[in-house]
Design a protein around this ligand. Structure first.
Ligand code: UDX
Length: 423
């Protein structure tokens, strides 16, 4: 198939290389010239395992990158993969979706044949039908004989996105028009995964509901973990036992300092916003965020209890990315932790194997170290914020500390003299 992908960000770029790997001809449309140049010369603009291999195989052969929308009219399917960041009060900012839809509509003006617009961007239920479709239909002058619309959400995890794309748990295809859904289903026919067909709005809601459910699972586990901590119970043992119930599953029961990333906080906020707009009171969703906002303060409070006043004390923060395997610091729990440490006057020395540059853009006035041992030298306390596997082997480095108060926000250290936020 001939496929255009609009938006070369995280979801867009991964989708491009994987769709090329599935045998399709891909045109990626990206308005940022810097990204166009980088991707065309085989350099991925994000860090993602397996991405560079696929990119080097397909770029210039079955994958092309451009900043103009000309190729859209030659495509069987156009995937919209632009970002939908959080706007004020938790609402979703769909300005990039609007711009992409307008450009797609303009480029399809007076086109013959039939093609499908498939939306991968995370958008609130109703957006495909009530916002995207009307814009594209109006700008193109086409009707449902020439254009179909599909909501096809992505469930990729950062750090495992290529693997997740090629081995999905399910493929969700939401459409009001059967032909449109069939065409998108055909694009995935080489993948061995169950396909669920539904309406566009249900498909859009499945993405929010899945992320809300996983975020809720983490916050509930963390709340139970906080109780376990007070009672001297190992919450990891508890969650291991809980996860053995197949109705619960062992996934997403790693208790700790909370969830970050580009999806969970934003999507739960958007769902709260939607519920309130509909006149509902989403008490569980609000609590999911509240627990998540409290965990970083809790770990700083623990440090305070162990050390006393933090003013002027050197504190090492190990790990800055929102999880291991990525340089992404969006909504990383390290951000509220560092800000709280700073507010209490602590001198923060931070180390991360990958995310230093990204965190510098968020927080510039702390010391960044090129090695864990530099952050730990003469520190009075240490907070472990990301489960980087290299932290597991830290040992003698801790003997450089002035006082050994080590608190883990993620369970990763094998070093004995430490405690966890919830264990
Ligand atoms: C998530 C969803 O998993 C994915 O399906 C969706 O498409 C995008 O959002 P991602 O943000 O990449 O993916 O990361 P994920 O691995 O889900 O972790 C999110 C956050 O939750 C991280 O901060 C992680 O440390 C935290 N987490 C995860 C926990 O605290 N405990 C767990 O048990 C699992």
């Amino acid at each position: 198939m001939r496929i255009s992908v609009v938006g070369g960000g995280y979801v867009g770029l991964v989708s491009c290389v994987c769709l090329a790997e599935l045998g399709h001809h891909i045109d990626l449309i990206e308005i940022d010239e810097r990204k166009v140049r980088a991707i065309n010369s085989g350099r991925p603009t994000i860090f993602e395992k397996g991405l560079d291999e696929y990119l080097s195989v397909h770029i210039g052969k079955s994958l092309y990158v451009t900043d103009c929308f000309d190729e859209v009219s030659k495509s069987d399917i156009v995937f919209i993969c632009v970002g939908t960041p959080q706007a004020i009060e938790g609402a979703m900012d769909i300005s990039m979706v609007r711009i992409a839809s307008e450009s797609i509509g303009d480029s399809l003006r007076n086109c013959q044949g039939y093609r499908v617009i498939a939306i991968k961007s995370t958008v609130l239920p109703g957006t495909t039908q009530n916002f995207i479709a009307p814009i594209i239909l109006k700008r193109s002058g086409l009707d449902s004989r020439g254009l179909g619309f599909v909501a096809n959400p992505e469930f990729l995890r950062e750090g495992r996105a290529v693997e997740d794309f090629m081995n999905p748990d399910r493929i969700i295809i939401g459409s009001e028009d059967e032909t449109a859904g069939d065409l998108v289903e055909l694009a995935y026919k080489k993948l061995d995964a169950p396909v669920m067909r539904t309406s566009t709005s249900a498909a859009e809601m499945i993405k929010y509901a899945s992320n809300a459910f996983l975020a809720a699972k983490i916050s509930l586990a963390n709340e139970i973990g906080n109780i376990c901590k007070k009672m001297g119970i190992d919450s990891y043992d508890v969650m291991r036992g809980v996860g053995m119930d197949h109705r619960i599953s062992p996934q997403f029961l790693n208790v700790g300092v909370g969830f970050g990333g580009s999806c969970f906080p934003k999507d739960v906020s958007a769902l709260i916003y939607l519920a309130e707009k509909l006149g509902d009171d989403p008490i569980i969703l609000r609590s999911v965020l509240k627990v998540n906002e409290d965990q970083p303060i809790r770990i700083v409070n623990m440090l305070h209890e162990r050390l006393g006043d933090l003013d002027g004390r050197k504190i090492a923060v190990l790990g800055l990315s929102f999880k291991n395997g990525t340089d992404d610091v969006r909504e990383s729990r390290s951000i509220p932790v560092i800000n709280e440490l700073k507010r209490r006057g602590a001198r923060v020395f931070a180390y991360d194997p990958l995310a230093e540059q990204a965190m510098r853009k968020e927080i510039s006035d702390i010391e960044y170290c090129s090695k864990a041992e530099h952050a730990l030298r003469d520190a009075e306390g240490c907070l472990v914020m990301t489960e980087w596997s290299e932290f597991r082997s830290l040992d003698n480095e801790f003997s450089l500390m002035k006082s050994k108060v080590i608190i883990e926000g993620r369970r990763i250290l094998s070093y004995v003299d430490k405690e966890g936020i919830c264990w």
